[in-house]
Design a binder for this molecule. Structure first.
Ligand code: RIB
Ligand code: NA
Length: 311
């Protein structure tokens, strides 16, 4: 089965506590509810694309533990190819304790565990996937070496590459990350870290986008939460704003992943749509996801969305 979309990235079990607000440092407060959910930026993006109707394959590492086994079953239930989701004895499945406040804001601690055990040889073992995929997506929740290896391999095979530099890189990335990315799509915080400019709104994003382009990617997109995104490309260097949808946010966790997964979907399945329209539709999918609790389980299926999103 030739995949539309290939994701090389993370699997985390999200351990989500709902509380009236986020606790302050040193403070103890009562939460209202606790749930676990399948998360991790890589898997979230893969699931977002698969729920929209893409054939998706995942390259990832989980621990040989209960969460790892559940994780693989979850992928299978969603029709995602798990031939290259392997288990390690050397670390636990990644976890992410998350607190969600009543206004939908969140704070997250990631413990990567098995994700850091996905190696370049695991990626080499998945060569056949790189030969057939249309789009490959990656993030920064596995080792940077493995991420760069996947980007180079995809680019070398003529696969369209989308790099979501999330969470924000701890140190400067090898310039090859950007040169091997057809799209780079950070949020405001990540864009600030990467460019050294303060990105907080549409205007500052318009200033930062050309800096991202100069780093060597084909298309630079900065996502702005409820304000949509700002983008520019080598073909159209003038930064342009795509307005967000107005919705009542319940839980914004993983909204950026819904956007990235949707973007990969539209590049793979609707390549001829203008870039601005692909972005408008991807923003729509992300906005839809914040109206429900959770990460992957809040992402819409094709049947949940208006017909015109797929026209
Ligand atoms: O982007 C949201 C994701 O970040 C969560 O699912 C959590 O696992 C963290 O990786
Ligand atoms: Na959500």
């Amino acid at each position: 089965m030739a995949a539309d979309i290939l994701v090389t990235g993370s699997c985390n079990m999200d351990l989500i506590t709902y509380a009236p607000r986020l606790p302050l440092p040193g403070e103890t407060i009562h939460g209202t509810r606790y749930v676990t959910g399948f998360g991790g930026k890589g898997s979230n993006q893969c699931v977002a694309a698969a729920k929209l109707g893409a054939k998706a394959s995942m390259i990832a590492k989980v621990g040989n533990d209960a969460y790892g086994k559940e994780y693989i079953e979850n992928f299978k239930a969603l029709g995602i190819d798990t031939g290259h989701v392997t288990m390690t004895e050397d670390a636990c499945t990644g976890v992410a304790p998350i607190v969600v406040g009543a206004d939908g804001t969140n704070s997250i601690i990631i413990v990567p565990g098995a994700n850091l055990h996905l190696t370049e040889s695991d990626i080499d073992a998945a060569s056949s996937l790189f030969q057939s995929a249309k789009v490959m997506l990656c993030q920064l929740e596995i080792s940077p070496e493995s991420t760069l290896c996947a980007l180079r391999k995809a680019k070398g095979a003529g696969v369209f590459t989308i790099f979501n530099p999330a969470p924000a890189p701890q140190k400067e990335l090898d310039p090859d990350f950007y040169k091997n990315s057809d799209i780079v799509c950070p949020n405001e915080t990540e864009a600030s870290t990467i460019t050294g400019l303060e990105v907080t709104d549409v205007e500052s994003a318009k200033v930062a986008v050309p800096h991202l382009l100069k780093m060597g990617c084909g298309i630079a997109i900065i996502t702005l939460g409820k304000d949509g995104c700002v983008f520019a490309s080598k073909e159209r260097e003038e930064p342009c704003w795509v307005k967000g949808e107005k919705v009542n946010a319940v839980d914004t966790t993983g909204a950026g992943d819904a956007f990235a997964g949707a973007l990969a979907f539209f590049f793979a399945k609707f390549p001829h749509l203008p870039l601005e329209e692909k972005l408008r539709r991807s923003c729509y999918v992300a906005s839809d996801s914040v109206c429900r609790e959770g990460t992957q389980k809040s992402y819409p299926y094709r049947r949940d969305l208006p017909e015109e999103i797929f026209a």
